[in-house]
Design a protein around this ligand. Structure first.
Ligand code: NAP
Length: 399
């Protein structure tokens, strides 16, 4: 991003020649990351548009983010960023992958180019226009200010800044305009929160949700690349008659499930559940919306699932809800009763949309004000990297 002398952040641009995104990338390094669609995103609530396949170049071919750093490039989310960049028309940008000293010198692929990973340091952001952070909260707290100081816009995947009042917490289908007020950092919401919010927001806009009750079934990869590998190795151990020994996750994950592995607070809720409540309220701009969540880790490699019970202000028929969801951006309705075909993590993996189905009346509410849904979303993609890239694309289109 080249600063023009008399312009501030948000009005900066340089001209480069580059090709438009093709919308498809080749097989990914992580299981389930090989199928990439171009996205099914159309005009979201609030009037902004989310492009179907990447950034729209301004008329002169101008781009805002010429040099992109990926912090945590060797991790589960970081690798997803690297896959996405080429597929969304960003593969021609200069990309600097950063990780810890453990990975420095290793090579990653960016849109067909081999690029060496560098060690993250305070001075890593010289000339960087946009920095995607996905290396944990401690790394974000320590290094994001240095990136901002160097002139970069940070889109942060950690929880470090999400609830700070001046930091926008953005899901582009819902509140893209919040990103406009950033002071250098835009926060990407928690992965389970994004998947929930994309599905519930259109119904909330159309019919006003009064209360939501969510139960999650969260994939091992939500705890990082090492947890994903642990599920694979434990499955081999169990099938071979060996006792699995947890190292990354607190309990055996193969052929088991357990309360989400985040700390439990004094209320008995775990941190993941608290994030879903607090972050959804912030994204929706509804500070007192009634939400409760139970978050569970399940032996799925990739893509989180969520059972969602909604109570509305008025009776809402399942057909009305289905029509709203079919027209909403970022969603694909998968809701066939005969033959039975509903959202599954295996079909949500590696694709952009959140899958939504099991759309049915809550029979415990004779007043017709209750609905049940089941959703699956790729938490590495829409729950992390894709949402962050969409935020950057939106900022670039506004510049
Ligand atoms: N996994 C998900 O589904 C998901 C979804 C949404 C948000 N997030 C968030 O995204 C972040 C990363 O998650 P992940 O699942 O990708 O974790 P991960 O697979 O464990 O990857 C962690 C990445 O951070 C790097 N890293 C760790 N310590 C570092 C340090 N001191 N300096 C520089 N780099 C360091 C690692 O580099 P090395 O290879 O050098 O160790 C690696 O690239 C977390 O904040 C997480 O909460 C994750």
């Amino acid at each position: 991003m080249r600063r023009l002398p008399d312009q501030g952040r948000g009005s900066l641009a340089v001209s480069v020649s580059g090709r438009q995104g093709a919308g498809r990338v080749s097989a990914g390094a992580l299981p389930g990351s090989s199928v990439v669609n171009g996205g099914a995103l159309t005009a979201p609530a609030g009037g902004a548009s989310v492009p179907a396949d990447g950034p729209q170049r301004r008329s002169g071919g101008a781009v805002l983010f010429e040099h992109i750093a990926i912090v945590g490039a060797t991790g589960a989310v970081g690798r997803e960023f690297l896959h996405l960049l080429g597929g969304r028309g960003l593969g021609d940008r200069r990309v600097t992958p950063l990780a810890s000293g453990r990975s420095a010198g290793s090579v990653v692929e960016v849109a067909g180019r081999a690029v060496a990973v560098a060690e993250l340091r305070e001075d890593s952001f010289e000339g960087v226009d946009l920095a995607f952070f996905s290396a944990g909260s401690a790394v974000s707290r320590r290094f994001a200010p240095a990136a901002v100081e160097a002139g970069a816009v940070v889109v942060d995947n950690s929880s470090a800044f999400r609830m700070e009042p001046h930091v926008p917490l953005v899901v582009p289908e819902i509140n893209p305009h919040a990103a406009r007020g950033h002071r250098g950092i835009v926060a990407n919401p928690n992965c389970s929160t994004i998947i929930l919010a994309v599905a519930v927001w259109p119904l909330h806009r159309a019919c006003r949700v009064r209360r939501m009750v969510v139960s999650t079934y969260q994939a091992a990869s939500g705890a990082g690349a090492a947890a994903m590998a642990e599920l694979q190795s434990q499955a081999r151990d169990v099938l071979a008659g060996r006792t699995p020994h947890p190292r990354v996750l607190p309990f055996p994950i193969a052929f088991n499930l357990f309360c989400h592995d985040s700390p439990i607070d004094e209320t008995g809720y775990n941190t993941e559940e608290v994030k879903m409540v607090d972050e959804t309220r912030k994204i929706f701009g509804e500070p007192s919306l009634a939400i409760t969540a139970t978050c569970v880790r399940v032996p799925v490699l990739r893509a989180h699932s969520e059972s969602i019970n909604l109570t509305f202000e008025r009776p809402v028929h399942a057909d009305e809800a289905r029509a709203v969801l079919e027209a909403a951006p970022g969603l694909r309705v998968v809701d066939s009763r005969d033959p039975q075909h509903f959202p599954m993590p295996i079909e949500a993996s590696g694709v952009d949309p959140v899958l939504v189905g099991r759309i049915r009346q809550d029979l415990s509410r004779p007043d017709g004000c209750g609905l049940e849904l089941f959703v699956c979303g790729d938490q590495l993609r829409k729950g992390a990297a894709l949402n962050a890239v969409q935020i950057a694309e939106w900022l670039e289109r506004q510049a």
